[in-house]
Design a protein around this ligand. Structure first.
Ligand SMILES: [Fe+2]
Ligand SMILES: [Fe+2]
Length: 147
């Protein structure tokens, strides 16, 4: 059992995950209520893209990939698998806002965006959940254990 405080990198990743989830909820709400303009929702989606790019580089440069893996080197391959998902998600988040002429005849902008957003959110949340689990294993289960 360990009561040691969480290291700063761990806290930062968790705080960032929390902020991302908040932003996802705001977008979800905007897409459900449809009271904001298309430009406003597009801004939120662009904000999500910017935030995500910063989040991924933080994770790659100084977050769990350095601290957590020092704690639990056996998790390196899992961490690498998760990190390998970053570039694809960066591409997807850039394509969340449908361009002119991209929306099919039977759909409107809101439907198309909703569909893209739902698929992306599911993928992102699965990824983040995988990271949260990895961090927990690195800092809770493996503290004190030696290979
Ligand atoms: Fe990540
Ligand atoms: Fe993450």
């Amino acid at each position: 059992m360990s009561q040691s405080p969480n290291p700063p990198g761990y806290e930062r990743v968790l705080a960032d995950h929390h902020a991302l989830k908040d932003l996802l909820s705001r977008i979800d709400q905007a897409l459900t209520e449809k009271t904001s303009s298309i430009a406003e929702v597009s801004d939120l989606l662009a904000k999500l893209g910017d935030r995500l790019v910063r989040h991924f580089s933080m994770e790659e440069e100084g977050g769990y990939f350095s601290e957590a893996l020092l704690q639990a080197p056996r998790l390196i391959s899992r961490a690498n698998e998760l990190m390998a998902q970053h570039p694809k998600m960066c591409t997807c988040v850039r394509d969340l806002v449908p361009g002119v002429g991209e929306v099919g005849p039977k759909k409107d902008w809101w439907q198309e965006t909703r569909q893209r957003f739902d698929a992306f959110r599911e993928e992102l949340l699965r990824h983040e959940q995988g990271e949260d689990r990895l961090l927990q294993e690195a800092y809770n289960r493996d503290i004190g254990a030696t290979d």
